[in-house]
Ligand binder design. Sequence first.
Ligand SMILES: Nc1nc2c(c(=O)[nH]1)N[C@H]1C(S)=C(S)[C@@H](COP(=O)(O)OP(=O)(O)OC[C@H]3O[C@@H](n4cnc5c(=O)[nH]c(N)nc54)[C@H](O)[C@@H]3O)O[C@H]1N2
Ligand SMILES: Nc1nc2c(c(=O)[nH]1)N[C@H]1C(S)=C(S)[C@@H](COP(=O)(O)OP(=O)(O)OC[C@H]3O[C@@H](n4cnc5c(=O)[nH]c(N)nc54)[C@H](O)[C@@H]3O)O[C@H]1N2
Ligand SMILES: [Mo]
Length: 690
Amino acid sequence: MGGQKGGMVNEAGQFPQVCIKSLQAMVSDLQDAIPAACWSEHAIADLQSWTSHTLEHSGRLVQPLLLRPGATHFQPIAWTEALDRIVAKLRVTPPPETFWYFSGRSSNEASFLLQLFARLYGSNHVNNVSYYCHQASGVGLTSVTGSGTATLSLDDLQHADVVFVIGGNPASNHPRLMHVLMHIRQHGGQVVVINPVIETGLVNFSSPGEWRSLLFGTEIASLYLQPDIGGDLALLTGIAKRIDEIGASDEAFLNDHCSGWPELRAQLRHLSWSELCARSGVPQEQIHRAAQVYAAGRKVVFAWTMGITHHRHGVENVQAIANLALMRGMVGRPHAGLLPIRGHSNVQGMGSIGVTPKLKDAVIERLESHFGLSLPTAPGLDTLACLEAAQDGRMRVAFCLGGNLYGASPDSAFTRDALAQLDLLVHLSTKLNTGHVHGLARETLVLPVLARDEEPQPTTQESMFNYVRLSDGGPARHAGPRSEVQVIATLAADVLRDAKQPFDWQAMADTGRIREAIAAVIPGFGKMATIDATREEFHVQGRLFHTPHFATADGRARLHVHDLPALGGGNGAFRLMTVRSEGQFNTVVYEERDLYRGVVGRDVILLHPEDMREHGLAANQRVTVRSPTGSLSGIRVIPFESIKAGNALMYYPEANVLVGRDVDPQSHPPAYKNVLITLDPSAVQCLSSS
Ligand SMILES: Nc1nc2c(c(=O)[nH]1)N[C@H]1C(S)=C(S)[C@@H](COP(=O)(O)OP(=O)(O)OC[C@H]3O[C@@H](n4cnc5c(=O)[nH]c(N)nc54)[C@H](O)[C@@H]3O)O[C@H]1N2
Ligand SMILES: Nc1nc2c(c(=O)[nH]1)N[C@H]1C(S)=C(S)[C@@H](COP(=O)(O)OP(=O)(O)OC[C@H]3O[C@@H](n4cnc5c(=O)[nH]c(N)nc54)[C@H](O)[C@@H]3O)O[C@H]1N2
Ligand SMILES: [Mo]
């Protein structure tokens, strides 16, 4: 209990497990201020030639920065001038022509306040990074259990005897999960990995925290399945078919607690093994083995990340995972369940407290009854749709609470163009990033804010296990940056000064007041009202399913039947995944080296040696990579045994030049992991002769 230690101790109260990346991020928050002379010395064109690493390490932002229309340099300005400019612009802009984008790092308090401000101002175009991340998990899970988050607690995961790890690279991206997986293997449990790439860290992992593992490494995967990119839906359906064939399904559970079993069973029996193998890229014998491991498990957890959600059929992928779990009654009991492994520290909390284009009906009702608010009714747009509206000239102002909207978005050329159509783009940020210098509007403002551990008042976040954590904040390292909550409250008070307001916006700069409001309006957050006094962190009510009673209308979990998509590619085209390296946090690249994959440099494409032979490509040869969306020249070909032939790997965010804007129709994330590309070696000649 007690949140003093913030994120350093996990929610089971265990020993500190600080991962390298959070250390790197903290160290970069500790930096000196960017010297004031920087802004006159370096033109925007100059800053555009800096890498994300240089920008991140140039120091902490301490002054508001303004880039006027047509200006060549950022100009430091006073806080009052910066806020006045925003207020003046918002007061003359039709509210539906503004959008409000939230990265997943800010507190529940700042996020709740900003979304409320945006709506009372008159815009429902409120969205968070999950439209580029886990939205398919939220939509998929809601369609199954009636609730959009993990069905289990950290304690449940720690007691599992089989864990499926699907579409993720946790050794780099979720090091804390690696400790749980190590523990499970050391206690006789099994880990089944599904990934087109054999990720070294999932084969054998060395933990700096454990001498035995550090010396010898711990075997992680007991079974490793390598589907083609996009082959998961067919693979998961194949495992389900086998579970039915060997009579390992829990018929009583399916009949008593689920709907849709007769339809799913009929489909499973109808599908042919040849089709399942062709559409997954996995041999039948391996699918059988996975089913066997699953059938032998008594407490099974299914965990997944971006290899599942970054597809045109992301929601269907998630539903197929849930089908499989439900077939053996692994949802709605302790020590088993469904676990979308989250990215940002608070991306889940943001969804909970209302950073979504459409508020839940229960939240609207409570906001109206509790505060007497009237909310805008025009439908809000998701992130990419806001950018498309901007490109069409239907957006005037964008306000970004953290993040790097430019770097994170698909189709970089389009995104740059869309942002350029805006009259005003406002960023709240701790450090410079590529978005601040490449994604420019007619006028761009960057406001320096405090990091979360410098907040003057306590704030909360929600973990992927639905656990609300409290942190006390701490002393600010620099004069200049302001608290996000304070900036938002000041803006709201001024922009809405003539409107009759249900509460005093300036008083809402008190995070305790915001927590009271959250407790009153957000379902499951009742304990937020007393957390300041009790310091009792808590599980959001109604999220954990330890009994088979679900949050759907009829209390049953729903199974889903899908058409299996054909794999793209062939005829000289590759399926390309765009992924993170080790030593990177999202659009910020800390290191050039991708440790576990053994690659140095980022201007690379990783191909299976068989594909290189077939296409007559040599190691380190430079090629042009083309997709229907864009092309990148001078890319080095790297032979990579660990990827399944026919598939290719490049690093995000650079590869966003190639990623198209076609999204999953149900949840809207772009298919960042499935871009069809071709390689053009002839372009090398031009390059080397130039
Ligand atoms: N150090 C560090 N930690 C992070 C982040 C970071 O950038 N750095 N980012 C955070 C965020 S926001 C997120 S969302 C998470 C991301 O965590 P991950 O999802 O692990 O990250 P990615 O690198 O996008 O994902 C790539 C994994 O998906 C696999 N994959 C690609 N296509 C497919 C497919 O079709 N099927 C399957 N089964 N697998 C596929 C790739 O081989 C790779 O192992 O990490 C979070 N944690
Ligand atoms: N091609 C491709 N594109 C992708 C992905 C992919 O796998 N492939 N992954 C997608 C996913 S899963 C995600 S989540 C997005 C993430 O994309 P990003 O928007 O890059 O993610 P963030 O980590 O939120 O943003 C990083 C920025 O947040 C700012 N920041 C850091 N700490 C703080 C803080 O304490 N307060 C404030 N206000 N700002 C801070 C820093 O300036 C930093 O530059 O990218 C998506 N884009
Ligand atoms: Mo993410």
